[in-house]
Design a protein around this ligand. Sequence first.
Ligand code: ATP
Length: 369
Amino acid sequence: FAPWNDPGAKPYIHFDKVTKKFGDFTAVNDLSLAVYEREFFALLGASGCGKSTLLRMLAGFEEPTSGRIMLDGQDLAGIPPYRRPVNMMFQSYALFPHMSVEKNIAFGLKQEGMPKAEIDKRVAEMLKLVKLEPFAKRKPHQLSGGQRQRVALARSVAKRPKVLLLDEPLGALDKKLREETQFELMDLQQELGLTFVVVTHDQEEAMTMADRIAIMDKGQVMQVATPAEVYEAPASRFVANFVGNVNMFEGKVAERSGSSVRITGGTGAQIMVENAGEAAKDADVAFAIRPEKIRVSSKRPADAVNALQGEVYDIAYLGDMTVYHVRLDDGQMVRAATMNATRVVDDPLTWDDKAWISFRPDAGVVLTQ
Ligand code: ATP
């Protein structure tokens, strides 16, 4: 076994040029993707991008129109769902309302014909795992949403699948409980040593839990990377916009020298970028920079390589940070965020003040797509 970030790791789940059509509509389009053993993998995308369809094909509820899906070296074509070493947990937990917690967990094991003594042992193990021992005799309606979610989880891992698929697993929980449960899921995944594939449209959830994320759009994968790479080094305008807040300066590469470029915007703004990737001279590009990488000040900082002038349009105090909206002289609105814990308030800016935004030449990325 080699973990996902080991150069010797082999794909454990492998979608190989998979296409799924419903009539004329292509839900998944010639998609290839590898997930590694014991990885916590997230499929992230807007509603309708095909992420659930991908998961359902892995579970065996749908067959690909073309392409193949391999799991641990085995082609899954034609193998029915119950014979795949895969289990799926749904958003609407689908617990049996008339059965106690322990009976709910035991249900699948009973169906499999496991001997009673062994079932009891496994159920006890699962109750301990999800910390629900005191609730074993309760019915689902006597539990909180978070507890029901844990029963569903215990039930879906009781059979010891190799892969657990989770379709919007925390969708029914409120924000605080969601955040707690995200950490519980990560612990559980570590403890069980399973491969988790989670579908979500919530980027924070994907960033919190996943080792790697696949960003999907229109049935295709736009980028597969760690949460930090997706945020710091998005591969395209789409990914940069999809994950977190971003400022995008559209322009042309006016000059290139080594790995540095000078970009000129439509209205003459100049931006110097270091480590600018492959963008060639004259290419149409976007410079993408996150709000927290931009500094706002009343005067042009003497040492600034990149500085653009504008006017404070809005200031929002958000507790942990303060967000400035600055309208540049060419009309573009820029979002800049300062952490309040490290904020220096010797330059008090207020609405309608003239202001400069500035940033370092290595603070953002140059995108050609
Ligand atoms: P959501 O987050 O809303 O579930 P999703 O990204 O999971 O979205 P899918 O459920 O995979 O999206 O659906 C992708 C597209 O395929 C959607 O446009 C959907 O309407 C279509 N689709 C899914 N299942 C079927 C089906 N059985 N028949 C026809 N079209 C379908």
